[in-house]
Design a protein around this ligand. Structure first.
Ligand SMILES: *[C@@H]1O[C@H](CO)[C@@H](O)[C@H](O)[C@H]1NC(C)=O
Ligand SMILES: *[C@@H]1O[C@H](CO)[C@@H](O)[C@H](O)[C@H]1NC(C)=O
Length: 134
């Protein structure tokens, strides 16, 4: 009976450690989206993370928005955006924890007419262009 007090403390402490690790593992990320379509072409954008709608945005040429997201532990997180310009619809996963897990904390997209490109922090250029709209 004497041991009950200390072992329940140990249990509480272990639970605390588990909860603290889970919180630390669900990290925040920032996704930036920039309109590089060309002078005078507005970009209309609507993004959804799982079932959460992040609203409608309109970006003028060279304007950028920041969409902060929470990446949950042990769960695939995707942020999908529907983008419209010149009357045509394009869809892009701007974040996918399976695809982008190893990339840095921030993902910066340049939305261009034929393909989207990601910012490379080594070259300081939007030169990672092996992506496409669907
Ligand atoms: C960024 O560019 C450098 C230099 O070209 C390249 O080595 C690196 O792999 C690129 N970063 C990513 C995430 O691909
Ligand atoms: C581009 O992406 C495709 C599929 O996503 C991949 O098979 C290919 O190796 C990539 N090319 C380069 C140069 O990274």
């Amino acid at each position: 009976m004497i041991m009950v007090g200390s072992s329940s403390h140990t249990l509480l402490f272990s639970l605390f450690l588990i909860v603290a690790s889970l919180v630390a593992l669900s990290e925040g990320r920032n996704v930036y989206i920039r309109n590089d379509l060309g002078n005078g072409i507005p970009l209309n954008i609507q993004c959804k993370s799982d079932d959460k709608n992040l609203g409608d945005h309109k970006l003028n040429y060279q304007q950028e928005i920041n969409l902060p997201i929470k990446v949950k532990f042990c769960k695939t997180t995707t942020l999908t955006c529907t983008m419209t310009w010149n009357g045509q619809l394009h869809v892009l996963d701007v974040f996918n924890s399976k695809r982008d897990g190893k990339l840095g904390k921030d993902l910066k997209w340049s939305i261009q007419n034929n393909r989207p490109c990601l910012f490379n922090s080594s070259t300081k250029k939007y030169d990672l262009c092996n992506y496409s709209y669907s």
